[in-house]
Design a binder for this molecule. Structure first.
Ligand SMILES: [Fe+2]
Length: 313
């Protein structure tokens, strides 16, 4: 109740600002247009996302992403991978939201965030034929541009649309910018955890598929598959630091970087799920069995157990 009162007050304030902040040509236009702006501003701030809006966005996503499919099987394989990843990330985020006790409105927003978080991947791959951001384009920023160009979030409450945009913009950043707070921070943290869980699943399938049939493997391996790993990447993960993707030189570096994501998991239930799914053990099996890698593994297992016991972040 109080929350709605605050929102309504804010809307009226914004509406008044719109009335006096512009220069209408005549009195009629003040009442004809600007009061309508007041009213729509008021409504957009007290509306909450409904399930039919989630369904509408889902229909748009299927139609938009399918536009990029064509005769090229390599392109199709990459784009279908992202369509499936979006669907599974929705499942992961809803599971996490349930475990965290979020309400139905928060779950709907979280689902839209998960569905849309990688929407920039489709035009990215169509134009550059890679998912490698450093050599192509920032897929998070491109995703926000797509949402705006296509008017995907029109009809949502302004604040909810803003939270979705912020979470999409932040999901792939090394860290969430300090200025992101409140619900935008919550949804950014949720998508970062849910995304990581499914990325572990995807990369494991890719590493196994590539190992079994390197010559016929269709999907992109972004870095050279060379023995060993870079010393600075190894040291960073050993120290529990996040690794900037621009520092990665080999496929093993990427695997180490991905394992280091456990230090960036926001919610304990997400970490618990990652442990239960066994993805981390499986990725370690895809790395050289050296004393350094064993040290990384030991450090990660100790950290996870401490988090699950409530001793760490
Ligand atoms: Fe993703």
């Amino acid at each position: 109740m109080f929350r709605n009162h605050f929102i309504i007050s804010k809307s009226i304030h914004l509406g008044i600002f719109q009335v006096f902040g512009r220069k209408p040509p005549g009195k009629r236009r003040i009442f004809g247009i600007h009061w309508r702006l007041c009213f729509s501003s008021l409504c957009l701030d007290i509306w909450f996302m409904e399930q039919d809006q989630v369904e509408r966005i889902r229909v748009w996503f299927d139609e938009y992403t399918s536009r990029f499919l064509g005769d090229d099987e390599v392109v199709n394989a990459h784009l279908r991978l992202k369509q499936e990843h979006a669907a599974r990330t929705c499942e992961e985020i809803l599971l996490l939201a349930e475990q965290l006790g979020l309400d139905e409105n928060q779950k709907r927003i979280a689902e839209v965030v998960a569905l849309m978080h990688d929407v920039g991947r489709f035009p990215q791959f169509a134009e550059y034929r890679t998912f490698h951001d450093p050599t192509s384009v920032d897929h998070c920023a491109l995703g926000v541009a797509v949402l705006r160009e296509q008017g995907v979030l029109e009809g949502l409450a302004a604040r909810e649309a803003q939270w979705v945009e912020t979470a999409v913009a932040c999901h792939g950043r090394k860290v969430i910018p300090s200025g992101v707070t409140g619900p935008a921070l919550l949804f950014s943290k949720l998508i970062r955890d849910a995304d990581k869980i499914d990325i572990f699943r995807v990369v494991l399938e890719n590493y196994r598929g590539y190992r079994e049939n390197p010559d016929t493997f269709l999907l992109e391996i972004e870095l050279p598959d060379e023995p060993g790993c870079s010393r600075d990447v190894l040291e960073a993960v050993l120290n529990g630091e996040l690794v900037d993707s621009r520092r990665l030189r080999t496929l093993n570096d990427m695997k180490l970087c991905q394992l280091g994501w456990v230090y960036d998991m926001n919610f304990t239930p997400a970490l618990q799920r990652l442990k239960e799914l066994g993805f981390l053990d499986d990725i370690f099996e895809c790395l050289p069995q050296t004393p350094d890698i064993a040290r990384v593994r030991e450090g990660i297992l100790i950290y996870i157990d401490a988090r699950l016991a409530g001793d760490a972040k």
